[in-house]
Design a protein around this ligand. Sequence first.
Ligand code: F6P
Length: 542
Amino acid sequence: MSSLNKLSSWKEIGNYSNKITEKSLNEIFMEDKDRFNKFSILENDLLLDFSKNHIDDKMMELFSRLLVEIDLKGKIHDLFNGEKINTSENRSVLHFLLRGTYTSKTKELYENDIKKGLEKLKLFSKKFQNGEIIGYSGKKIKNVINIGIGGSDLGPKMICEGLKYYSNRSVNNYFISNVDPSNLSEVLLNINPEESIFIISSKSFGTIETLKNANICKNWFKDKSKNNQNLKKHFFGVTANIKKAKAFGIEENNIFPIWDWVGGRYSLWSSVGLPIILKIGYENFEMLLDGANEIDNHFREKPFDKNIPIVLACLGILYNNFHNCETHAIFPYDDYLKYLPMYLQQADMESNGKNISKDSTEVNYNTGPILWGDVGTNVQHSFFQLIHQGTKKIPCDFIGFVNSNNEKEELHEILLSNMVGQTMALMKGKNILEVKEELGDESKYTNYEIIKNSKVFKGNKPSNTLLFNKLTPYNLGRLIAIYEHKIFVQGCIWNINSFDQWGVELGKVLSDEIYEKIKNKDRSDIDNSTKGQLDFIEKFRQ
Ligand code: F6P
């Protein structure tokens, strides 16, 4: 592909974006009464309203030309057909097979194996549900401790919390991810080994944090249970490296396989989802997969302007590359989704935080944004000040559910009103005339000027709103798949490999070296600042 900057549609988007922003969002809404109908997508009981963005018909047309110029259609075809699009690791990207999204080619190659893997999970889940999974002393298992990091932690943690309403309340999920002893200690303090199973979740079975934590838990468990034979009832593995898991001491039958074509940050659909399955049951897990499958098909089949992930991807590109927005915010208005922003941070930033293009040259345009966010309405009482009146433009996604799982008086109406109200306030703002009117008689104030100016909101701030009927397993599956495909499309436009993660390697290597230096009191070949820190650590380390 020739450089993105050289594509005619790219240049035109840039030029037109300057022109279109001469008018405010408010103004363009006043001019076009049909704007919501044009710039929203209704997919059964799912709505994407993207009308509050700096776009019009012509901008949409330019983006559709861009997608043709980069051959998005061909790239989607390659993805779903299992071409090795992860070129630096020479791998296919096929996590969506786990939710039943096949082509005739991938079906023939992979379906049998996948069915076997899912069947094993289903069987285990049934036994667990029926109380047949018991500990060494005959007690029923009620604590599920996941030991894993990154994709082997964030997905299961986010979904277990996200679908708590649908869960078995007598199952307690714990997550040990950090190599911080406090993480592990706080979990072990809370559990009785007789009623606990440990799932060592690591695709590579080589991640230092996971292996250290797993070893400590193994020793803790052996110590408590007083018999090495008991391990087999309590230690399970999720991995693509069966050999290493067995060497660690996990029984072969207790190992749930994953495949090299499941990327870590896309792995919750696989056996990495075992903690989810034990918490919400296999049927609910299947609903999660079905919801994601619906979006896979939507993504493969719908035209650009009716395609939720593609539209979201293009809007993200518009702000990232043509409005110089450095960040993108995600605001779920549902307390169960408190880990969603954290989950999406890995999904998006580990995927698209790249500066080398697929042609192995350095890109000369911005790629992945800084993604952040938290739960509404809490956010409104903290950093929303900056979004409303700060100096930065921050495109936002608002995610809401028309019905709550826990209806209580009118709390949910208030929650929804806040969400919708925020998107309106961001767009409309409040001008000086409105402020003056609100303040009334000037003589009542000693500091009229400063109050007046401080109360002005410039508005004209873009946002997307995604509204689902209810937070269900099916809808959460849809939501995650929407973001997965959005990330893929953006990677295609930026011409980067969204599926490797070499950027996390350097830190790992250097921390190993530093660890050796701390142990050996060695200060050779390090800069002054690093040496200063190591000296300080040595002085105060007890
Ligand atoms: O360090 C990055 C990473 O490779 C992530 O991509 C991955 O999700 C995480 O580490 C954990 O890897 P593993 O499942 O192999 O332990």
